[in-house]
Design a protein around this ligand. Sequence first.
Ligand code: NAI
Length: 343
Amino acid sequence: MLVDSASPTEITRMTRIAIFSTKLYDREYFDAANESHSFKLKYFEASLSLETAQLADGFETVCVFVNDDLNSGVIERLSEQGVQTIALRCAGFNNVDLEAAKQHGLRVVRVPAYSPHAVAEHAVALLLSLNRHLHRAYNRVRDGNFSLNGLVGFDMAGKTVGIVGTGKIGATFARIMAGFGCELLGFDKYENDDCKMLGLRYVELSELLVRSEIISLHCPLTEETYHLIDEQAIEVMKQGAVILNTGRGAVLDTKAVIAGLKQGKIGALGIDVYEEEAGLFFEDRSEKVLADDVLARLLTFPNVLITGHQGFLTHEALTAIAETTLANVAAIQTGECENEVDR
Ligand code: NAI
């Protein structure tokens, strides 16, 4: 808390927020959202790490994104510098050591839902591009090659789609797949009635893996879901199964997936997240040599489509992210915030 006697408006005016990993689009949407708050925003291009934590000296709040590293060392440093709040401008919080935050009295807020449509629709974009080979057709046609050889896809109607994690994004994806006339299977710790209304049937993960032609991952990254899709999981899948991951990279064991692709077991892979994406994604590295051999190998497959964690990148989602993040900071400065991450 800043000053006990200050009004909520005065408090927001005094609150300084250090926004890390800033891109042009972050500035644009945060500046617009801040018109109704008047926080003192300072944008840093650098991501938050032990080396850059000192930039947050004098700020009450740090605002971070998916690949900022809030390990215990960083949190200790932030706490020494007087930071009181970590405002995640994303849903996932796997990059924050919550135990360390609790120990140092830092409160953590997040944006649990900004636009499930943005991510679910991106998963659909990956799926349709892969199925109908749009990424290859685009290059062919531009090169004057109108041959259709190798571009055979499949009808979506009637296919079985397995959804791992049927929360907000998974349920939105399920709704779109239902529209295509797909059979829906789901695996989750908790059943979602909206999904059941669509005709989705909850099954064990093993059954989902065995029966699905398309498997889409929408669960968070936790100890339980780390490498959920590994060699054994791939082994029981249908020949030619399509895997989509717009959740978090490490839910997939990338090396096992590469082996599955090489054997032809995996028919296509669409990923928006990669387990080693930190330090790589969100930057233009086109003039540098790619040192990550696993990603380099993935890029060689014609049936793999990779995007650089852009599932959230829609106008609606960016607006909601900026507005909710600043509302979270305002709420936490003046009392309770419904989007505080449980400690
Ligand atoms: P949500 O919290 O609404 O849904 C997650 C679902 O996963 C819940 O139903 C939960 O019960 C389930 N789950 C948790 N542990 C599980 C387990 N061990 N096995 C099966 N299911 C499990 O979250 P939401 O908004 O749907 O987001 C899902 C994930 O998508 C996020 O955690 C985040 O990692 C990722 N995401 C990716 C984005 C991108 O730009 N690619 C943007 C936003 C989120």
